[in-house]
Design a protein around this ligand. Structure first.
Ligand code: BEZ
Length: 211
């Protein structure tokens, strides 16, 4: 059955571009981003992996470990990484899984047969330190993902994990956040000393608590 939000992310052992990895050991207590792409030596994927490498510090700052996946071989990964580094002016040093038997792709439902019988689509999972799936997005092969959005979601998830807040549509770092419905306004006033703006009893804003 397909994975859903809140499910435990399946552990796996993988052959990767930086050597064999046990997924849970690799993650440790960090957050994780696991994402698939259709194939090596393809243009959109080249830009995505370059962008991921360029965001190394942004992921590290958020205590996030990233891991990519395709069903291509380690040999292909090694050659292609050279091309990514050359064309995207980056150093790809995060692991890329060679899922040749497709076992991980199937565990994470990354193959959508009506899109392609054999190749993974652009699936992306954000996994919490508790190993639960916090976000899933799926893009078609022809559309490169927006990694600024991935970072934005991580910021939102980490705020929610630390404080009882949610983030409104199009929220960006530094903007006001929303008090979750489970917290009463009286409690919110205690919890959020920067103030609570009650627009409706169910729509209450507070400045971002960790700013
Ligand atoms: C790409 O990464 O450019 C790509 C891969 C498969 C189909 C279309 C585009």
């Amino acid at each position: 059955m397909a994975l859903r939000l809140g499910d435990t992310a399946p552990n796996f052992a993988a052959q990767t571009s930086i050597g064999p990895i046990d997924f849970y050991e690799y993650l440790g207590n960090s957050w994780g981003v696991l994402f698939s792409h259709p194939a090596d030596y393809t243009p959109v994927c080249t830009t995505e992996l370059g962008r991921t490498a360029a965001l190394k510090e942004a992921f590290e700052k958020r205590n996030v470990k990233v891991m990519a996946l395709s069903v291509d071989s380690l040999e292909k990964h090694a050659g292609w990484i050279g091309d990514i580094n050359e064309t995207q002016h980056t150093i790809v040093d995060f692991p890329i899984i060679a899922d040749e038997d497709r076992s991980i792709s199937h565990a994470y439902d990354m193959i959508h047969p009506n899109a392609s019988e054999t190749f993974t689509v652009r699936s992306l999972f954000i996994i919490g330190p508790d190993k639960k799936v916090k976000l899933m997005i799926t893009y078609p092969a022809s559309t490169g993902r927006n990694f600024n959005e991935v970072l934005r979601v991580i910021d939102s998830l980490q705020l929610t994990a630390q404080y009882s807040v949610a983030t409104p549509a199009d929220w960006k770092e530094g903007e006001d956040v929303i008090v979750v419905p489970a917290v009463s306004t009286a409690d919110a006033i205690q919890r959020f000393p920067k103030g609570v703006n009650v627009v409706k009893p169910y729509l209450r804003y507070t400045p971002q608590p960790n700013k």
